[in-house]
Design a protein around this ligand. Structure first.
Ligand SMILES: [Mn+2]
Length: 448
């Protein structure tokens, strides 16, 4: 029986905007949060005397992390090898250079042949000798569409056709490796991918039609005793036999993850059997406080009362309050700031209700005081991974919004945010269809 530590999506260096410099260390306080969760996961692995650690990919926000981020990452993982625990580092989409070919932030470990570290940059079987005997780890790093199908082959094909071809190629490549496995040795598939029936967080609309997703049947096979996934930030178990698991990310990047637990997996793997548990990490709390002050005669008093009702000590807080323009002069932000002092960080988000704006994005509620394209622009500002496509997306969205295309369907949306997500997703799809999948294939599925 091999004891396993499985963690993923560390994204060290993400979400720094919610932190500030800690004068004692010189580090951003949110960077310290991420580091703390990482160190806790590794500490537990060492305490449990695991035989092997596997990391599911996305070490940093991108392939060129800051030296201090890289250094602290290495320092934490070195604790594992110091404890005699071999470690496999898988390459995720955020670890790859955005131009696709070559270079990943984790390749330094393989280039230097750091003892105890294996880098999963290819679809290949690693047979690893552990204290509890040998184990096979089949690594499947993130694959860009362009790595499997050439531009020529994509020409004139729909996204759906291209994705079908991609999955078929992936299946063949996987099959070739599976045949080489030693059936007497416990086997782990370590993969960074989007599984077909995975549940995404707030990003779900943007995932539609982008990056291809892998059917569960490709992974749920008796040759694998445990399938260790990375990529999706929300923890979920997709299958029990064999266990196919996203541990999720180790810390919250943004408010979309407010209600998600963060953690990692401890497992005991043997041939034909696996037991596992999810271990929660002390991730920083995020808290949204909503207040509708539209009908309030004393908006300041009402807002203070609403804020006081919430527990937010040590949390990253956003206070979102709706009010009419004439009410806004009654709001004393200095008092609100004093009230929120015990939060780890906070932001005030007033939303002015306007009676004038005629929404042009179908479904965009009256509450949205902005011009729809301005609103979409602001929404895109919150999605740094789409920055390169910003102007192309806005142009495409304008076409959609004007109704020249029938694709934009926002009827089932429940909030302005969702309308914007759907609009952005529709624009992405249209962009892909018109300019080919390569127009957007270099993007990661998930932000930061
Ligand atoms: Mn990823």
């Amino acid at each position: 029986m091999v004891r396993l530590l499985h963690l993923s999506d560390i994204h060290l260096g993400s979400g720094l905007s919610h932190g500030r410099i800690n004068p004692a260390t010189g580090y951003n306080s949110r960077f310290e949060d991420f580091l703390y969760c990482l160190s806790q996961a590794i500490e537990r692995g060492i305490a449990e005397q695991v035989d092997l650690a596997v990391f599911g990919g996305d070490a940093f926000p991108n392939a060129t992390p800051e030296p201090t981020h890289q250094e602290e990452f290495a320092r934490q993982f070195k604790r594992l090898t110091d404890a005699g625990i071999p470690t496999v580092l898988l390459v995720g989409n955020h670890d790859l250079h955005s131009r696709g070919v070559g270079g990943a932030s984790l390749n330094i470990y393989s280039a230097l042949q750091v003892p105890g570290f294996l880098v999963g940059a290819k679809l290949v079987i690693h047979t690893i000798a552990t204290r509890s005997g040998p184990v096979q780890v089949l690594t499947l790093p993130w694959v860009n569409r362009s790595a499997l199908v050439t531009r020529e082959e994509m020409r004139g094909k729909s996204i759906e056709q291209v994705d079908l071809a991609l999955v078929e190629r992936m299946k063949l490549a996987l099959e070739a490796q599976v045949r080489r496995l030693d059936p007497s040795v416990p086997t782990i598939l370590l993969a960074h991918l989007m599984a077909e029936n995975a549940v995404y967080g707030a990003e779900r609309h943007l995932a539609v039609g982008r990056g291809f997703s892998i059917p569960l049947a490709l992974m749920a096979r008796p040759e694998f005793d445990y399938v260790a996934l990375g990529h999706v930030h929300r923890h979920q178990v997709l299958c029990e036999d064999p266990p196919i698991i996203y541990p999720g990310s180790i810390e919250r990047v943004d408010f979309g993850e407010e209600k998600e637990k963060k953690g990692f997996i401890l497992a005991e793997v043997e041939r034909g059997r696996c037991r596992y548990q999810f271990v929660e990490l002390p991730a920083r709390a995020f808290k949204t406080i909503q207040a509708n002050l539209a009908d309030s005669s004393d908006p300041q008093a009402d807002l203070v009362e609403i804020i006081r009702k919430h527990k937010f000590e040590g949390a990253v807080v956003r206070v979102h309050y709706r009010l009419h323009a004439h009410q806004s002069e009654r709001i004393d932000t200095a008092e609100l700031r004093a009230l929120l002092e015990r939060a780890f960080a906070f932001q005030l988000q007033p939303e002015l209700i306007s009676q004038l704006t005629q929404p042009r994005v179908p479904g965009l509620g009256e509450s949205c005081a902005l011009d729809p394209l301005d609103a979409l622009g602001q929404y895109l500002d919150s999605r740094p991974e789409l920055a390169e496509l910003r102007s192309a997306l806005l142009q495409t969205a304008e076409v959609l919004i004007k109704g020249e295309r029938p694709e934009l369907d926002t009827e089932e949306c429940e909030s302005d945010q969702e309308v914007l997500e759907v609009t952005a997703a529709a624009a992405l799809q249209l962009l892909e269809r018109e300019e080919g999948p390569q127009a957007t294939s270099q993007l990661g599925l998930f932000g930061a």
